[in-house]
Design a protein around this ligand. Sequence first.
Ligand SMILES: [Zn+2]
Ligand SMILES: [Zn+2]
Length: 356
Amino acid sequence: MMRMTVLASGSKGNSTVISSSRTRVLVDAGLSCRELLKRMSQAGEDPTRLDAILVTHEHQDHIAGLSVLARRLNIPVFFTEPTHRAWARMLTPRTTMTYAKWLDHVQREKEARAAAVAASAPNSELAGQLAEESRIIAGLAAGAAAALSHSDARADDPDVAPELPVDPDEEDLCAPESQQAAAQKPDPTYLPAVEYFHSGTRFSIGDIDITPFTIPHDAADPCGFVFESEGIRMALATDLGYMPPNVKAALKRIDVLLLESNHDLEMLRDGPYPWSVKQRVLSRVGHLSNHATAEFLEKDYDGGAAWIVLGHLSESNNAPELARLSAEQALGNQPTLLGNRVLLAHQGTPLDPITL
Ligand SMILES: [Zn+2]
Ligand SMILES: [Zn+2]
């Protein structure tokens, strides 16, 4: 048995529960602790049975409730080391970082990772990919430094927020009573336990095998995940600027696929975002459009999933019907794929659990 319960999906918060018969993990904690607990109870998921939290990347819509929830449930958090570092830096008090400066940090992390990959596998596709991302982020950083004020970026795109203060009220209300006294001046970066994983290297939590894969996005070391237990495979791939070969390869033989379908290109172009933010979303380190998702489904997808869940839909630059139509048309163009059922994940309410 495996189950996927999408608690929230979109630029205001992302979180998904993946369970096997013996193990239960939460991927991302992008809502407040209170809201995450509420959504889990709405969806029939028992939070006290969570074994771990896994983090895809350090953007606010993926980590907003992370430290409070991990402390409340006293469970380990699985990161890559650069993501953990970037997250801790964001929470360090009195650090005011502009969007440009933050991109600069991200670029350095990306360069270091490109160098590490190049050293272990010279001329690999991934090394080239990371080097390209690093160059794109350098361009975005230069553009942001020249043209974009810090507040503009943050007001218009919550997914861009480079820093995240911990709300003390949230801490008090969510902590069990015994912890409240100790939590008066909590270190915002304190976690009960931290485990590191590396993209491309499989690891296990209980009876779930987990393979993280690198995704192209403007964060320190972002990843998607493939989960496998009892022969069933579920995958999450959101927050990616395009579909590189390593992601296409990772998304083979998947039974339930949560895939980004972020924006409609025309709505984004004509929509309310400032041009610099539009550029970021459209770039190869931004988000997947309905069109790019459809292209993947039509050309590269192997058609094995019972369910395709479209996620991280933009509320300003997409409409659920457009995303669904675009994916269903792509699947409809391949008669063998008509068995694939398409669902839309929501920002405001959990999806019914998908059990295989
Ligand atoms: Zn996101
Ligand atoms: Zn993101």
